[in-house]
Design a protein around this ligand. Structure first.
Ligand SMILES: [Zn+2]
Length: 269
């Protein structure tokens, strides 16, 4: 199942301004701490959360079963800034719809949004590169590793499909979040860096809302990434724009204040 995108090279003709290595299978997982008990969901609980629905691929027209999440049944544990953390379950694993016949993948609500021209380009690339791009088959229940692989397929097809910068940035962000959920700090940092690059480009060239996100949300993301990259000045600049804006929700402004506090602590250490 893993490693299907490991052999992508520029010679295959993909126009992607990201290093090809990021598509390869890569995990740097910590040893689980002895006293750490992860909240597991029961088999019945999982069965109640998931259901399958037949879908048709808008690129190759193959039919397949897509696993979906009953979002109303999710139990929120807490918010990790903008990322919701649920009890015993990671819905991000199911964030991507993927055709296992041709390898086309996208956010589930963007899967069917495709022009004739995008379809033609995708067909051409996926056919030519089929040997290097053999799609996987997946079980109904997806784990984080599978979820990440599907995000990488979606990222690749996003570049072939030439979607907006905002959509690419969101794919990179959610891949970083999934790595974070697994405790993989190396890949969280790597994907956060690329997410930051693409959000910065989107911020300079696209109009709000960018891929559904408000200006304040994008400011917060850019502040968080800048902080993670050690650029405290940029981070504080974005945060102060949030903190002074009385029209924003208390939650958003508190989140910005908390991050500002973290930065100030780091500076005085
Ligand atoms: Zn297909």
């Amino acid at each position: 199942m893993y490693g299907l995108l490991d052999n992508l090279t520029p010679e295959l003709g993909f126009e992607i301004d990201l290093p090809f290595e990021i598509f390869a299978t890569s995990f740097n997982l910590p040893e689980p701490a002895a006293d750490e008990e992860e909240e597991e969901i029961s088999a019945e609980g999982l069965a109640a959360l998931l259901y399958t629905k037949e879908a048709e691929c808008p690129v190759c027209r193959a039919k397949f079963n897509n696993t979906l999440v009953r979002e109303s049944k999710l139990r929120l544990s807490h918010m990790d800034e903008l990322r919701p953390v649920y009890r015993g379950f990671e819905p991000l694993c199911y964030g991507i719809t993927m055709c296992t016949t041709c390898g086309y993948a996208a956010f589930k609500d963007r899967f069917d949004v495709i022009s004739d021209r995008q379809r033609e380009t995708l067909l051409q690339h996926l056919r030519i590169n089929y040997a290097n791009f053999m799609p996987a088959s997946y079980p109904m229940e997806l784990d984080e590793k599978m979820g990440i692989e599907r995000f990488k397929y979606a990222l690749l097809t996003a570049y072939i499909k030439k979607v907006s910068l905002g959509e690419k940035a969101m794919l990179l962000t959610k891949t970083a979040w999934l790595y974070k959920a697994m405790g993989d700090e190396v890949n969280t940092s790597l994907f956060s860096k690329y997410a930051n690059d693409v959000w910065t480009q989107a911020y300079q060239s696209e109009r709000f809302p960018i891929f559904g996100l408000s200006e304040a949300t994008v400011h917060f993301l850019l502040a968080r990434f800048a902080f993670d990259l050690g650029d405290h000045g940029t981070s504080l600049r974005f945060l102060s724009q949030i903190i002074v804006d009385q029209n924003l929700s208390t939650r958003m402004r508190d989140m910005a204040r908390d991050l500002k506090e973290q930065i100030n602590q780091t500076r005085t250490e």
